[in-house]
Write a protein that binds this ligand. Structure first.
Ligand SMILES: Nc1ncnc2c1ncn2[C@@H]1O[C@H](COP(=O)(O)OP(=O)(O)OP(=O)(O)O)[C@@H](O)[C@H]1O
Length: 353
């Protein structure tokens, strides 16, 4: 589902801002500090209920005591308002029970510093990106994921308690959901990998031999249940669970070597982008709803040919995109859409081509 119109009130440097969105390309153009990321952050808030970098208190414009983001979606209206610790989300005027529902109402793929560079980031960064794709491609993943998270939290609470002797009551739930998560991750990766390799080789040419490897988060060749038994004392002493899919890692290798060891920063960003594009391609092929893509600092570390490659690939997907650039010169000439020129948190000029 794409955004048709957006209203932002009191988010970071933005007092009020309204824009009518293009169904595909939306370029946010402005100098450093103009408010481009603030617009992206507002959309991210609306689609996830979460900030992407800053705490909620910093998202709210200094001096104001509440913020509001709302959007017209095709046939629907979505609004999120926050005042202090109270948050209210309404969909077509009705209160929404849980922020989880936002993920299906307004699917977003957010590319900011952390998950644009996730190939060389932390294992947690990569898990988050991996899980994003599976959530939208596999309709049961969200349920299994929440079951696992709940069971893991309970198990860790039990490990920290004074009664943590004998049989561990949460093991069965952790094992069943944990093994299920690993199988679904593997199946998803088997579908994504050929797409990533094709996209990567189309751009990089000679840098062949890309492979993706998923480490389950527990000892290879062992069942999760056996690992939990093996780790029993260690888990009890530490008060948390050492093995499980919450410790999984996704590794990118080029001809057997870790990609972060041999690729430049620009090449790593392109590899990360190839992975994110592949995730959307999988959804498109399956006829599933496609996300709106938010891109902070579109041009960062990319030369003109990498920018052209990315824009062409995104164009083929036909999704809605909001991308931030510091000058219109960073926008490849082949692409149209709407240009929103920002300065000091205000929309100065809006042009459509
Ligand atoms: N809570 C807040 N209240 C008011 N202003 C804020 C708040 N948080 C950040 N700002 C201001 O908002 C501006 C940052 O805006 P933003 O990050 O959207 O800029 P940008 O256009 O994305 O810049 P860049 O190109 O450097 O990434 C800064 O001038 C900052 O001081």
């Amino acid at each position: 589902m794409s955004l048709e119109a957006l209203h932002i009130q009191s988010v970071r440097c933005i007092e009020t801002l309204d824009l009518k969105a293009d169904h595909q390309w939306n370029w946010l153009i402005g100098a450093n500090g103009a408010g481009k990321s603030s617009v992206l952050e507002a959309i991210h808030l609306l689609g996830t209920g979460q900030t992407w970098r800053h705490g909620f208190r910093h998202v709210q414009r200094e001096g104001d005591d509440a913020y509001l983001v709302s959007a017209h979606l095709p046939d629907h209206f979505l609004a999120l308002r926050r005042r202090g610790d109270e948050r209210e989300i309404r969909y077509d005027g009705e209160p929404l029970g849980s922020a989880w529902q936002l993920l299906d109402i307004l699917p977003l793929q957010s590319l900011h510093d952390d998950n644009s560079h996730f190939v060389s980031g932390t294992a947690e960064d990569r898990r988050r990106v991996l899980d994003w794709g599976i959530y939208y491609a596999d309709r049961y993943y969200g349920t299994v994921f929440r079951q696992y998270r709940r069971a893991l939290l309970q198990r860790n609470a039990w490990l920290k308690s004074d009664h943590n002797h004998g049989r561990q009551p949460w093991d069965d739930a952790v094992i069943v959901a944990g093994e299920d998560i690993q199988q679904r991750r593997q199946a998803h990766l088997a579908a994504v990998q050929p797409e990533v390799v094709t996209l990567w080789e189309r751009w990089s040419g000679s840098l062949t031999g890309l492979s993706l490897h998923l480490h389950s988060g527990w000892k290879e060749g062992m069942a999760l249940g056996d690992c939990l038994l093996r780790d029993h004392e260690q888990d009890r002493e530490a008060g948390y669970t050492h093995s499980g899919p919450h410790r999984a890692n996704l590794a990118f290798r080029i001809r057997g070597k870790p990609a972060p060891d041999i690729l430049s920063r620009g090449q790593l960003r392109v590899l990360g982008l190839a992975y994110r594009l592949a995730q959307v391609k999988i959804l498109k092929r399956a006829g599933l709803p496609l996300p709106t893509i938010l891109i902070d600092d579109f041009a960062a570390e990319l030369d003109a040919s990498a920018r052209d490659w990315w824009v062409n690939e995104l164009d083929l997907l036909g999704v809605q995109i909001f991308a931030a650039v510091t000058t219109a010169r960073q926008i490849p000439a082949t692409v149209g859409g709407s240009h929103f020129c920002l300065a000091a948190g205000q929309l100065e000029k809006e042009t459509a081509s």
